[in-house]
Design a protein around this ligand. Structure first.
Ligand SMILES: [Zn+2]
Length: 411
């Protein structure tokens, strides 16, 4: 059975981790930084040394390409991102890119002729230094000129960063590809959680990247003297908000698992020791794997908020604060990943991805799959992020055999 070159993959992971390394063993390669540039240059050199074709698009997405014998063949993409959060870890993103690169080298060396052109891709700015999923959204055409006006960098900093990488705004916006030329996208990533580790499993096959909805719940009661107002005469907005949070937690756990909810901000007014809170503004966010589940969750949470408001003599108003749609993965590709894991004798499960990934942009554009290998203690976006060598190797081999399984299905 064909296997990746373990020593080469691990050496590449180790060498790349030296670019932008921090004293505590982490990595800082934020998008468009000098270290990002150095990581990109390193990748280009490795690709060219491997005898693969190097390609960079207008958004700075970098690719290693193994052409098919048939020049009209569609392209099967595999990859992730080389950028990191500031003071992040060495595996987030890097593993997916370097494992895809390794799989292509292995297929090239085995002299296999596939019905697809294979492309190992590193997307620009997955982590959101500039905008988040910038490269993958540029590739799918989802990124707009307005998005580039609202970047998180200062205008001068953004301009300098683009120049550093040899990019232009116009080029970024022109990076869209034709989905008809693509056969799919497969991404290997570290889990960034500890579900696989706790369950003693090797591979987590993602069925959907969760959608995220957020809103402000405004509970309004009446301010009053905190001493002289009898307890049963109060319309205390904080009592309502607190009861909502407790009941919502129980409801989501009991009825919507593996969906999750969070109340991350709370503003009270007038806001004093001795005044009954007249108003509470509560930031509610919830996540689930499909729009249907999100609809049901939203209905239940808002019904609960209204019921609780009534019980505490409050009024409720709701303001939407954002919506990121769920990205279900393609079941044919999900099954191809599972088949590859089975062939390798690895234990796997299906799960939701509760964090965003490039596969989220890609899923609506081309059939996509995302799978995880374990993160020790679930730590990520942290210098202590760690994935064991054997898990990285398992991930690389599953990626390799997913590409081969999809190719065999195409014949
Ligand atoms: Zn990542």
């Amino acid at each position: 059975m064909l296997k990746i070159n373990v020593a080469r993959l691990l050496k590449n992971i180790e060498t790349l981790a030296q670019i932008g390394h921090t004293p505590d063993g982490g990595v800082s390669r934020p998008a468009l930084s000098e270290d990002d540039k150095a990581g990109r240059d390193w990748f280009r050199t490795r690709v060219e040394e491997a005898g693969l074709k190097f390609q960079a698009d207008g958004a700075g997405n970098l690719s290693a390409i193994l052409p098919a014998a048939d020049p009209a063949a569609r392209t099967l993409l595999a990859g992730s991102h080389l950028d990191t959060v500031p003071n992040g870890g060495r595996f987030d993103g890097a593993l997916g890119v370097l494992a895809a690169f390794e799989a292509l080298q292995t297929i090239k060396e085995a002299d296999l002729s596939l019905p697809y052109c294979l492309e190992a891709i590193s997307f620009t700015d997955e982590e959101g230094t500039v905008s988040g999923l910038l490269g993958s959204r540029a590739l799918t055409g989802e990124l707009t000129g307005e998005d580039l006006e609202q970047v998180r960098l200062e205008p001068e900093q953004f301009k300098a960063g683009l120049t550093r990488l040899g990019l232009t705004r116009a080029g970024v916006l022109a990076a869209q590809r034709d989905p008809k030329t693509l056969a799919g996208y497969v991404e290997l990533h570290i889990e960034q959680g500890n579900r696989l580790e706790e369950a003693g499993l090797d591979i987590g096959v993602v069925t959907s990247i969760v959608g995220i909805r957020s809103c402000w719940l405004n509970f309004t009661g009446q301010a009053g003297h905190a001493g002289t107002t009898p307890m049963d005469k109060r319309a205390d907005a904080m009592w309502g908000a607190a009861d909502f949070i407790t009941q919502a937690r129980e409801m989501v756990t009991a009825q919507f698992s593996p969906g999750v909810m969070n109340c991350g901000q709370l503003h009270l007014s007038p806001g004093a020791f001795n005044i009954i809170p007249a108003e509470v503004r509560l930031a509610l966010e919830f996540r689930h794997g499909s729009e249907d589940q999100l609809d049901a969750m939203e209905q239940s949470l808002l019904d609960l908020a209204a019921k609780v408001a009534g019980e505490y003599k409050l009024t409720l108003s709701v303001e939407s604060a954002g919506n990121c749609i769920a990205a279900p993965m393609d079941m044919r590709l999900v099954e191809a990943v599972e088949q590859a894991a089975d062939q390798l004798g690895l234990k796997h499960t299906r799960l939701l991805s509760l964090a965003g990934h490039d596969a989220q942009s890609m899923a609506a554009f081309t059939p996509s799959a995302l799978f995880f290998v374990p993160s020790v203690d679930g730590i990520s976006h942290n210098p202590r992020e760690f994935t064991r060598d054997e898990d990285m190797v398992n991930g690389g081999n599953v990626l390799l055999h997913t590409l081969l399984t999809l190719a065999a299905g195409e014949r």
